[in-house]
Design a protein around this ligand. Structure first.
Ligand code: MN3
Length: 271
């Protein structure tokens, strides 16, 4: 298949301890922790005891943080590999999750360990540029996929349909209608060049929803934006079943969008 080659080597971290604050601080720097960071500030900065990770709707399990090993692990899917058939086939889901996503988790841990070693004086500081890029790529890959899995569900059993509640009203306000949102999002996903993503995000500065494209998977979300829903349009996400017909994949993917979960993420972001 034409999927991107993984760069993860399968190494696990060793020797250099990473505390949770460090790891999460890095994720915050990538913009992913914007899922809840500013929301906590709006709450008065007190945080939520039920949310010790400070990641709001994405909890410890969804992010795969292993407290004992002080590293990230591959989070399990909230459904089976075949659960999103026919929109996304089981073999694609299995390879995507157990190979690609797992590779990003390994790469993220490896980058965190390497950067800690540099800080400790055990590694050449000239490598900071290299490992920072690795951190952005693999860390972004990990977070993007963690959100991706969480915002899908079997068609007719949590997946498909339209959003409700506050999210529905804000989509109406900012896009005119759900159909206009869908049209814009679809066009953005179909027009991503090579490997990337399309995202529905909340722009905290304007308080409005936006649609963005992400090249590859790093550093493309505006800092002030909270990712709400994204579609992976790397070829590894659809090529086995759809080959070059990305448009068919994007169209069918809407049948497995878990709007209830997206609504939870949105409401946590504006709380
Ligand atoms: Mn992917």
């Amino acid at each position: 298949m034409a999927a991107q080659r993984e760069t993860g080597s399968g190494e696990t971290s060793g020797g250099v301890g990473l505390d949770r604050r460090m790891a999460l601080g890095v994720l915050g720097a990538m913009g992913a922790a914007a899922l809840t960071g500013p929301a906590l500030a709006q709450n008065g900065g007190g945080g939520r005891m039920s949310d010790p990770m400070g990641m709001g709707p994405l909890g410890v399990n969804e992010l795969g943080w292993d407290e004992a090993r002080a590293e990230f692990t591959l989070p399990s899917l909230p459904y089976g590999y075949g659960a999103l058939e026919p929109a996304i086939d089981a073999q694609t889901m299995e390879i995507h999750h157990s190979r690609h996503h797992a590779g990003y988790v390994r790469g993220l841990n490896r980058a965190l360990v390497a950067l800690a070693a540099i800080r400790a004086g055990n590694e050449d500081p000239a490598l900071i540029k290299h490992w920072s890029r690795e951190l952005g790529f693999h860390g972004g890959g990990h977070i993007n996929h963690a959100i991706f899995w969480q915002t899908m569900a079997p068609a007719g059993n949590g997946g498909g349909g339209q959003p409700g509640g506050l999210l529905a009203r804000v989509i109406q306000r900012d896009f005119g209608s759900f159909e206009q949102f869908k049209s814009h999002f679809t066009a953005a996903a179909n027009a991503v060049e090579a490997s990337g993503w399309a995202w529905l995000v909340l722009d905290r500065l304007s308080g409005r929803l936006m649609i963005q494209q992400m090249e590859k998977q790093q550093n493309m979300l505006l800092t002030a934006c909270v990712p709400l829903l994204g579609i992976d349009v790397w070829e590894h996400a659809y090529y086995l079943k759809y080959q070059n017909r990305r448009g068919d994949y994007v169209s069918n993917w809407f049948s497995v969008v878990n709007w209830g979960r997206v609504g939870q993420i949105f409401e946590a972001a504006v709380r």
